[in-house]
Design a protein around this ligand. Structure first.
Ligand code: SF4
Length: 81
């Protein structure tokens, strides 16, 4: 049996992202849920810097990117010139 999957093309660094192996659930938790596990995985990911820059450049509002929560990215964005 052959099952087609639709995988949208992501940024080049995404192929090496740890979250590509773990699945997205940790990184887009329900509001009020802990992001600790997502941050722990991000802390081991070699693509962390690229991921964070991508999220900031594309104004990603939801989920954990580059080890930072939505609130932390907003704070970082507001402190940048
Ligand atoms: S740093 Fe980015 S690419 Fe790496 S695991 Fe975290 S969310 Fe995924």
């Amino acid at each position: 049996m052959h099952i087609d999957t639709i995988t949208p093309a992501g940024p080049a660094w995404h192929a090496q992202a740890l979250c590509a192996q773990t699945g997205a659930d940790f990184f887009f938790p329900e509001p009020g849920s802990s992001v600790r596990e997502a941050k722990r995985i991000c802390g081991m990911c070699e693509m962390r810097s690229a991921c964070l820059e991508y999220a900031l450049a594309h104004d990603e509002r939801f989920g954990v990117w580059g080890g930072l929560s939505e609130k932390e990215r907003l704070q970082l964005r507001n402190t940048r010139p």
